[in-house]
Write a protein that binds this ligand. Structure first.
Ligand code: CA
Length: 525
């Protein structure tokens, strides 16, 4: 199961000697540094989190038609997990679980959120950035947030709070929700960036503001056309979900978003490089609307979806360069993953389907974003730490949920996430003993992964969402798959293996409870 490319005892001996040398050197330094050494290690921690990048979207995970040299480099020199999971098949729940170490279905609020939604993380709740702050880290988020802001009825012209800064981040530069939702502005530490007080920003998810054009009524103003939903306020020629008015000076340029986030992430690293920092770099690609910078237009031959993946890969490379230039690459643990699986047409006509060619964003898996089948939650998952992690491929079952407790262990914190398993040795490539089981979620529906098995209980609802052309995993009967023999989930073994099914259902109900049938239907807006 565990395929280590280079691990041997010599490396461990050498590594041990390096630590010893470092210990001797640090003994000559200040008492404070001694204290830090005695109470755990404090490497910088960077989580690079893409949005809707599929299991098969990176070269390291089998893509041949799409080039991702920088992600591949991380995988080739780190641990590439083949069974790494997001907590959910959609954004908000996955992001909630990652930061809190709690299953998203325990929080009723952890569902796809509008841009006007209040913050869904209780400000008294422990989070990864709070835990790291306790251990002396400076903490920053740059990129997509999508966990709500404020307490309801946000005035975007004042300090917007609570938000990332109230749940553990010392620094935040974010978009509130997603690039297809209003407001189309950045917020830095709770303030809309570049806002002109004489042109206040108004946002509504209820009704339009008088006289404002919409994608529904003014298609002539759209440079990208909506396919489903996405027909409200228009900004930069792109119709969005939700209405907005004013704030013109603060509006982002979609095509510059990758550069804007990268620049802020690089600036954060350069500023914080002399002390331990945690950077949560949450890229917006390849979520819709896909708007590559002109440098990347046409680069993939797959239209905007491929082009923004090429752009995201370039961002990863530039971030790595920055860490190297600042001389901190060997003291930085990097975790790369995606918040959920892939989708092609997710609401705009952008050639994602038409120009796909032979590329398979889902790799060998079934389903995609929104789905309880594997492609919904099994995602690229890579850990990289130059000089510390030996290159390996690991089949251990790991979830983004486990980052909380594992990182806590790394920095010698006693804190643990409620559903987060401490798998530090697995993440560092020193063990292949991952989780025994994992509950996965897709728009309030849940299923079980356990060893090589996947079990999906019966759910009402359509088998396929035709807007996005994805199989959701709804079925009138229990589904049971052996993923070692059938990674594409084509053969339902529920009737063939009743004992295994019984065992899976028992495990599932023990963790999830019996109320799992109470669900909401997927609504694409
Ligand atoms: Ca997503």
């Amino acid at each position: 199961m565990f395929k280590n490319k280079k691990m041997n005892t010599t490396n461990y001996v050498f590594f041990g000697f390096s630590l010893l040398s470092a210990g001797i050197i640090s003994g000559c330094r200040t008492g404070q540094q001694n204290d830090e050494r005695n109470t755990g290690r404090h490497p910088n921690i960077v989580i690079i989190y893409t949005d809707d990048l599929g299991y098969g979207d990176a070269g390291a995970y089998g893509a041949t038609e799409l080039k991702t040299p920088n992600i591949d480099k991380l995988a080739a020199n780190g641990v590439k997990f083949t069974c790494g999971y997001s907590s959910s098949a959609t954004s908000t729940p996955s992001r909630y679980a990652l930061l809190t170490g709690e299953y998203p279905w325990r929080n009723q609020g952890a569902r796809i959120l509008p841009g006007s939604a209040p913050l869904i993380i209780d400000t008294t709740k422990m989070t990864i950035p709070k835990m790291l702050k306790e251990r002396g880290y400076h903490t920053g988020i740059v990129g997509k947030w999508h966990l709500g802001l404020g307490t309801g009825d946000v005035d975007w012209n004042q300090h917007v709070s609570p938000g990332p800064n109230e749940v553990g981040f010392d620094y935040s530069f974010i978009m509130a929700a997603t690039q297809d939702r209003t407001p189309t502005v950045y917020l830095e530490n709770g303030y809309v960036v570049g806002l002109d007080p004489d042109d206040p920003l108004l946002v509504s998810y209820e009704e339009n503001f008088e006289g404002e054009p919409t994608g529904m009524d003014n298609p002539e103003l759209c440079k990208m056309m909506w396919h489903h939903g996405h027909n409200s306020s228009i900004h930069n020629g792109i119709p969005r979900i939700g209405f907005q008015k004013g704030g013109k000076n603060a509006m982002w340029v979609d095509e510059d978003m990758a550069d804007d986030f990268l620049e802020k992430a690089q600036k954060y690293i350069r500023k914080q490089k002399d002390n331990p920092f945690f950077l949560y770099y949450t890229l917006q690609q390849p979520h819709v609307p896909r708007t590559p910078h002109a440098r990347f237009v046409g680069s993939s031959g797959m239209g905007p979806r491929g082009d923004v993946i090429a752009e995201a890969d370039w961002c990863v490379g530039e971030l790595m360069k920055t860490l190297e230039e600042e001389g901190i690459l060997e003291n930085t643990l990097i975790i790369f993953s995606s918040d959920n699986g892939p989708v092609l047409n997710d609401g705009y006509y952008d050639d994602a389907v038409e120009k796909l060619g032979d590329h398979k964003p889902w790799g060998p898996l079934r389903g995609g974003k929104y789905s309880l089948f594997e492609a919904g939650t099994r995602v690229p998952f890579i850990t990289y730490w130059k000089g510390e992690i030996e290159p390996a491929v690991s089949d251990a079952l790991v979830s983004q949920l486990d980052l909380f407790s594992s990182l806590a262990k790394l920095v010698d914190s006693e804190k643990r996430g409620p559903d987060s398993e401490e798998l530090l040795d697995v993440l560092l490539g020193k063990s292949d003993q991952g989780r025994k089981e994992l509950i996965i979620e897709a728009t309030t529906r849940t299923a079980l992964r356990k060893s090589e098995w996947a079990m999906i209980p019966p759910y009402n609802g359509p088998a396929i969402n035709h807007y996005v052309n994805i199989e959701l995993g709804n079925s009138g009967e229990f589904l049971l798959f052996n993923l070692n023999e059938d990674i594409g989930q084509q053969r339902n073994l529920a009737k063939e293996h009743p004992e295994k099914l019984k065992e899976m259902v028992e495990t599932f109900e023990k963790i999830r409870g019996k109320e799992y049938g109470s669900i909401q239907q997927l609504e694409l807006k």
